[in-house]
Write a protein that binds this ligand. Structure first.
Ligand SMILES: Cc1cc2nc3c(=O)[nH]c(=O)nc-3n(C[C@H](O)[C@H](O)[C@H](O)COP(=O)(O)OP(=O)(O)OC[C@H]3O[C@@H](n4cnc5c(N)ncnc54)[C@H](O)[C@@H]3O)c2cc1C
Length: 474
């Protein structure tokens, strides 16, 4: 067992923990990062399978994600655009397949009008919601009492419009059924992306990818931290007092002034705290749970859909595979599709045998793009739900009423213990951008606490869009 003395110990080498460590090092603090897995990157993870680059976890970046953009600029990492040329495919509730162009789903004028009404209402409210403090909105309490599913239906009685709009946040983002989270939680999701219109625009929200993959960002930061990153060191025990902490990894023990817990909130209780955390944290952490989505990759010898004038973008709010995109990696001649199977559809897939699951999913993709989709050269199903150090995907969110009740405390430190996660972020919530912003914020707060200086409110290096908009409106 190695024992180290450091200013700060960081638990978790995902993008948030690594960014925190990197910023702390830049500020002259000594750090050690203890990571449970045998790799860095957490929910970002890539592998090469039979010559195709597969991003198993997080991969896309949108233009508003300036926290992550500023980090990759510093690291010298380039991005490339997702393939977006050609027409999209939509499958309606009755199974009708339509090839279409433009932003609107091919659903009939009345439903389009209802969808636009819902989008306008979401945009109006989103502009009033501060992503860093959604609980401060004047109607926060009532918005957190009603499920997103029911709230949509108070505005529109067009079932197809409600389902289509619900999909963007339920299946598409929080990966929970829309009846399990509140309208306020949905508004946090849209305000984290600047507007609901941004969120429903796949060309915006799924704009670009990293050359060298999203996990490459964590690998590049870890390289700069060198020997201060300790893999295969799950921390299951933490002693703490106002004077400092001792974190016990599998082979490394670290005594430090402060600790950054940079694991997803659903895993906070994996660690045994001595003395126990205060009641407020015990209760709060039980109301944050992971969604569930399966991300499936199918690699073909060529991107055959492109030859047919299709972009590979497909939506089916009532289909097993609700979203499909062309996910061919930069410079590869093979064609890769990625499909997402969310929440209850994902549950259903795990009731099947492996062979049946593969067949059902490929049939789902073929309903959009034809029979050629049935026979990929590589098929890879990523299941973060079975990963001990994540337990779901993409991220955690609160249950009904939880965001208003517990949100105001989620970012408070408990003595020397600080929490940092994309799942606690405002801008970039549930995204790598939010992980980076939270890493910087946490580092800035710790530096101020250790040095007795003022906390830098521009912690994440970029101006808050919400604050800027408020100022302009004033
Ligand atoms: C399938 C999938 C697709 C996604 N798509 C996108 C996308 O396209 N774009 C995007 O921006 N985001 C996406 N995300 C979300 C993004 O990956 C996360 O928001 C981001 O990785 C969170 O970073 P983090 O550092 O907060 O947490 P994590 O990445 O979860 O890192 C936490 C780390 O802590 C470690 N850990 C856990 N417990 C312990 C312990 N007790 N001791 C030591 N270490 C521990 C874990 O092993 C992990 O390495 C996706 C996520 C998934 C799962």
């Amino acid at each position: 067992m190695t024992t180290l003395d450091r200013d700060v110990v960081i638990i978790g080498a995902g993008p948030s923990g690594l960014t925190a460590a990197y910023e702390l090092r830049k500020a002259g603090k000594t750090v050690a990062v203890l990571e449970a897995r045998d790799r860095v990157g957490g929910r970002t993870w890539s592998q090469n399978m039979d010559g195709a680059t597969i991003e198993i976890g997080g991969q896309w970046i949108s233009p508003d994600q300036t926290g992550l953009y500023s980090l990759i600029e510093e690291l010298g990492i380039e991005t490339f655009e997702r393939y977006k040329e050609g027409k999209s495919v939509y499958i309606a509730e009755d199974g009708t397949r339509t090839v279409y162009e433009g932003e609107d789903f091919p659903v009939g004028e009345a439903t389009i009008a209802e969808m636009n009404k819902l989008i306008a209402e979401m945009d109006r409210l989103t502009a009033e919601v501060n992503p860093d403090a959604p609980w401060e909105h004047p109607q926060a309490a009532e918005l957190d009492m009603v499920s997103f599913h029911h709230w949509l239906r108070t505005i529109s009685n067009d079932e197809a419009a409600c389902n289509n709009i619900g999909l963007f946040i339920a299946g598409g983002m929080l990966t929970k059924p829309a009846h399990t989270f509140s309208a306020l939680q949905a508004l946090l999701m849209s305000s984290s992306a600047g507007s609901f219109s941004n969120l429903v625009d796949e060309d915006f929200i799924l704009d670009r990818r990293m050359v060298g993959t999203m996990q490459g960002v964590s690998i590049a930061v870890a390289k700069r931290l060198g020997e201060d990153v300790y893999l295969n060191n799950p921390v299951l025990k933490l002693d703490w007092s106002e004077e400092g902490v001792t974190a016990y990894g599998a082979g490394v023990t670290v005594n430090a002034k402060k600790v950054v817990i940079a694991v997803p909130p659903n895993l906070y209780s994996r660690i045994s705290y001595n003395p126990p955390l205060p009641r407020r944290q015990h209760v709060t952490h039980q109301h944050q749970s992971m969604g569930l989505v399966i991300k499936v990759h199918a690699v073909y010898s060529t991107p055959f859909w492109r030859e047919e004038g299709l972009s590979g973008t497909c939506f089916g709010p009532n289909s097993i595979v609700q979203e499909v995109y062309d996910n061919t990696y930069h410079g590869e001649s093979t064609g890769t599709l990625v499909g997402f199977i969310s929440d209850v559809n994902a549950d259903a897939m795990f009731e099947l045998s492996e062979a049946e699951r593969k067949e059902t999913i490929l049939k789902g993709i073929a309903e959009f793009l034809g029979d050629k989709a049935l026979t990929p050269e590589v098929f890879y199903l990523s299941d973060f739900g079975s990963e001990e150090w994540t337990r779901g995907a993409y991220a955690t969110s609160y249950d009904l009423g939880g965001l208003f009740r517990f949100g105001p405390d989620q970012n408070k430190n408990v003595g020397p213990i600080y929490f940092s996660s994309s799942d606690l972020a405002g801008e970039g919530y549930q995204h790598v951008d939010g992980a980076v912003r939270m890493g910087r914020r946490t580092a800035a707060r710790i530096v101020a606490a250790v040095d007795g200086t003022d906390y830098d409110v521009n912690y994440d290096g970029v101006v808050s869009k919400f604050a800027a908009a408020q100022e302009q409106n004033a």
